[in-house]
Design a protein around this ligand. Sequence first.
Ligand code: ACO
Length: 377
Amino acid sequence: MPSPTEEVQRGLQDVVALESHLCFIDGKEGRLIYEGYDIRDLAAHSSFEETAYLLWYGRLPTSDQLAALRHRLTELRTLPDAMVARLDAMPSTAAPIDVLRTAVSELSLFEPDESRPGASSIGGAQRLTAALPSILGQFHRRRAGLPPLESRPALSHAAYLLYALLNREPTELESRAMDVALILHADHELNASTFAARVTASTLSDLYSAVTSAVGTLKGPLHGGANERVMELLDEIGAPDRAEEVVKAKLARHERIMGFGHRVYKVEDPRATILREWSRRIGEAKGDLHYYELLRVVERVVHQEKGLYPNVDLYSGSVYSLMGIPHDLFTPVFAASRVAGWTAHVLEEYQDLRLIRPTAKYIGPVDLPYVPIASRV
Ligand code: ACO
């Protein structure tokens, strides 16, 4: 039982809140494991669909199981007409992440009971995962004046997400880059948005409510919103020879440089290592290494000045930007991947449910005499 004298773990830092078999972060060695598999192996050999299967079912699929999941996800891409109408009614000036948060919540109004707590929630997990690219594509295409979205069943999840946002089928290299980005973002232990999802699920609330909480939490610039801010920094810097001066000036003003630092990793985030390579590969394919070269200088200066290492958000934006994805869709793209992890955590929460409800150390006064309103000054 906590007493007022007990130490407060600000930001719940280092608090072990629950047991999970989904994801392990070794912050000292810079390793990330999903269900026993190293992220580097998954990034090299797996697909987003296979990784989602791993997170949902706890094992890698056979080829038949993977084919069935791929088929199911393509079937579930199509949104209900009522949802399309709701998306078309949203202001085209709205931030896509706000549209996504609202649409996830609204989608539950048009969905069957399979999203309710219990084993059947896996259907809801697949539905949400399949629907997110369509929600983003439907909204973005209307605001950008692009033709209506088609379901394109031949496209993988990663390729469909790119097609939905770009209105063109991506190259093989672009599809693979997005597939890898989706694999790398799919889960990350008890990060803030996943914790928010689990807190919501722990009240026996439904999957859609949990994912709505998670999207709202991911939005913040200290979490999933950081990659958009990285691109703002790169635009502000402009040329590599200005990078050192701009970054040093920001640090002198005690500003945070987005894309650096992490609560758990004390070395380089392994996802950043892989995405750095993809930033270079996509840059070379497009004949444009501008962002990559800028980021290399920023990395050197931040490490030299603050000893900080890149996190997953440093290089992802440059990969997305070079493929033509608008910056305000970066965090929604993150959500389109992390939804696999959020839903896997919610399913896990339902299996071993205990209301998540920590306690606070009260530091206010007690026993104040109640003052009638007429006597207050
Ligand atoms: N730029 C400059 N200084 C930083 C940064 C940064 N990116 N990150 C940490 N620091 C400094 C802090 O100012 C602080 O210095 P001080 O002790 O002199 O005050 C020290 O490092 C410790 O920082 P905390 O905020 O206490 O560390 P915490 O574990 O709470 O923060 C966080 C982790 C929020 C990710 C932080 O590193 C940060 O703000 N990074 C920038 C935002 C970002 O890139 N977020 C994406 C994270 S990955 C993800 O969510 C997908």
